[in-house]
Design a protein around this ligand. Structure first.
Ligand code: ADP
Ligand code: 5GP
Length: 203
């Protein structure tokens, strides 16, 4: 069997630019899959069921909980979000990398369960720029924006559990740093052991 893939978790206050970076990464890199979470929140315009999230109702979420289908789940902004338990393990066993988009409590839970998971935190340059981005995105009501801004501070205060920090000021620099984390991980000893042996075997 080839070597296992790695688990990456990306967290950022809503509006920082997470979706923008994730989209670019999946347009560019192969060998990585996005963990599609289950959520009870409403589908936003432009979101695709089964790609961005699996949009399910409360009863279905309750059923999945009862059947222990989530490796972690949380309630944020009156809605629940959960990560499927078996999918991650299957992917990494098959040698694929996986990327999870989680808030800070879920990220720490994943680190507890998978201590080698690589946690990445994306930071907005300032509170003001975050509020500008949320308004500019035009997807949240004004009341939601102020809730998200309050939550942002609390999320950033959980920075200490993370391995990598990317400041999303200039988008190109931020993306370059983001992709580098994934690419550099593919050169680690664990990932390259088989290749090294193959090279040795040619001598
Ligand atoms: P998230 O997924 O973190 O909630 P988005 O990727 O939807 O955030 O980005 C929020 C808004 O900010 C979008 O309108 C996006 O185009 C914009 N944005 C993302 N990165 C930057 C950046 N570096 N500079 C300016 N605007 C940005
Ligand atoms: P949004 O509603 O903006 O898509 O997501 C709200 C927050 O929930 C984001 O911080 C996102 O990272 C987080 N989130 C999405 N899916 C999951 C999940 O399955 N588990 C956890 N813990 N957080 C999630």
């Amino acid at each position: 069997m080839g070597c296992q893939g790695d688990i990456f978790v990306l967290s950022a206050p809503s509006g920082t630019g997470k979706s923008t970076l994730i989209k670019r990464l999946f347009d560019e890199l192969r060998g990585i899959s996005f963990s599609v979470s289950f959520t009870t929140r409403n589908q936003r315009e432009g979101e695709i069921d089964g790609k961005d999230y699996f949009f399910i109702d409360d009863a279905s979420f309750d059923k999945m909980l009862a059947e222990n289908d989530f490796v972690e789940w949380v309630q944020v902004y009156q809605h629940r979000y959960g990560t499927a338990r078996t999918w991650i393990q299957e992917k990494i066993n098959g040698g694929e990398d996986v990327l999870l988009d989680l808030e800070t409590i879920g990220a720490r839970k994943i680190k507890e369960i998978f201590p080698k998971a690589i946690l990445i935190f994306l930071l907005p340059p300032s509170a003001q720029s975050l509020s500008d981005r949320l308004r500019g995105r035009g997807k949240d009501a004004e009341e939601q924006i102020s809730i998200r801004l309050k939550a942002a501070k609390q999320e950033i205060e959980y920075w200490d559990s993370y391995n990598h920090f990317i400041l999303n000021d200039d988008l190109e620099s931020a993306y370059n740093e983001f992709r580098s984390v994934f690419i550099a991980t593919r050169t680690t000893k664990k990932r390259m052991a088989g290749v090294i042996q193959n090279v040795l075997d040619t001598f």
